[in-house]
Design a protein around this ligand. Sequence first.
Ligand SMILES: C[S@@+](CC[C@H](N)C(=O)[O-])C[C@H]1O[C@@H](n2cnc3c(N)ncnc32)[C@H](O)[C@@H]1O
Length: 247
Amino acid sequence: MTTHETTRQAWDEASAKHVREHREHLEQARTWSLLPIEEELLRPLLHGAKVLHPQSGHGLDDHALIRLGARSVLGVDYSPTAVSAAQRRADELDVPCRYEVAELPESGLPCESADLVYTGKGALIWMADLDAWAAEMHRLLRPGAHLFVYEAHPLVPLWAWDPEEARVREDRSYFATSHVNDTFPARGATEHQVTLAQLVMTVLGAGFELLHLAEHPEPFWRPEGDEPAAAWDGRLPNALSLLARRS
Ligand SMILES: C[S@@+](CC[C@H](N)C(=O)[O-])C[C@H]1O[C@@H](n2cnc3c(N)ncnc32)[C@H](O)[C@@H]1O
């Protein structure tokens, strides 16, 4: 099996969690909210917006986007299991969210069909070709529309999870182009890496204007049950937010 197939299969297997947790997700979706920085940046853009959510995963954020004023959300993910779990929940709650299976960066969706692309929280690390991803996001957005990303900071793969002391892992480099994931979704999945500068230059190079870029100390995801890592104690970057406008 190729690296790519291993990763894809790992995600489809990991997405069975969304099926098992259907009842909890139904309850969570009713009150699910975005992070404060996401709400602050997106609230003014969401009224009546057609939102595209690439790599939508469990899709719980989509319910928050609708409550904040989006007209509709289209989630796209290559895991059929994730797509059907998210669609089942949206149908049962009667919200205007639709989910499709597609392997990004090629979405197969029409040009200029979205007012906002909302993505991240563990999405970009699965894109082997970030230039192709940025070009596709540009193609899918109408002129003047926005790209929003809330993502793990590119330094995150370097942080060890020791609870006592923040430490850089010996086996990782900020300038590496990939590493093998040893947490979720499964051992063996290959995560791609870019530096913060490469991410920003890729977005600019695709024809976006940068409106906002910020680094945050709080990770967007923590493994369940483990003691918090010292790297999450507020002194190191663990997430970033980026808002850009399509030319
Ligand atoms: C961390 S998860 C979900 C992120 C999502 N924002 C969320 O909060 O649930 C990453 C998702 O990306 C999907 N994915 C990974 N590579 C993909 C690709 N090339 N095309 C489409 N989906 C992909 C996986 O199936 C998974 O559902």
